[in-house]
Ligand binder design. Structure first.
Ligand SMILES: [Zn+2]
Length: 157
């Protein structure tokens, strides 16, 4: 569980635009780590209401106690990914993780541990080792108390 202050990514009620190769890569990650959850970071740019993914960073899941239904990104790894992204002109625009043998809907834990308002939270269900449905949710609200995850469109380009 990492506790970062409330980060603002900007942008509301949007859409996630992601290239086919990046989309395939994050789904593949879920298959690679099955039956454990995978997790990673989406980098790119905000464009109005859309988040455009230009690279995907895999992260290690630090939850060794319950890796099949929990994920956690090491804050030091997150800071490194953010710094390396900025050197390429990219910002963090979202996060992804997998739900092994579980529907691609966010859980109360997913909401509690989501802190980046304006970012996308992508969840891929992996059924018997095969990536199934992928959904994306935008974290909206103005602070921790009123934040919520709202389903958004994924446009694979
Ligand atoms: Zn989850």
């Amino acid at each position: 569980m990492f506790s970062v202050p409330l980060w603002l990514c900007g942008g509301f009620w949007g859409m996630l635009k992601i290239g086919q190769s990046h989309y395939d890569a994050l789904r593949q990650h879920g298959e690679d780590t099955y039956p454990h959850e995978c997790c990673g970071v989406l980098l790119g740019q905000m464009d109005g209401d859309a988040r455009i993914v230009t690279s995907v960073a895999r992260c290690g899941n630090t939850r060794s106690d319950s890796p099949h239904n929990r994920y956690n990104i090491d804050p030091r790894e997150l800071i490194r990914i953010q710094r390396e992204g900025r050197e390429r002109g990219e910002d963090i625009v979202g996060f992804y993780h997998s739900h092994p043998d579980h529907p691609p809907r966010w859980s109360p834990t997913d909401l509690a541990e989501a802190h980046w308002i304006g970012c996308s939270y992508v969840i891929t269900s992996v059924e018997k080792g095969k990536a199934a449905v992928t959904n994306s949710f935008e974290l909206v609200g103005s602070e921790e108390n009123d934040k919520k995850l709202v389903e958004e469109e994924i446009k694979v380009t």
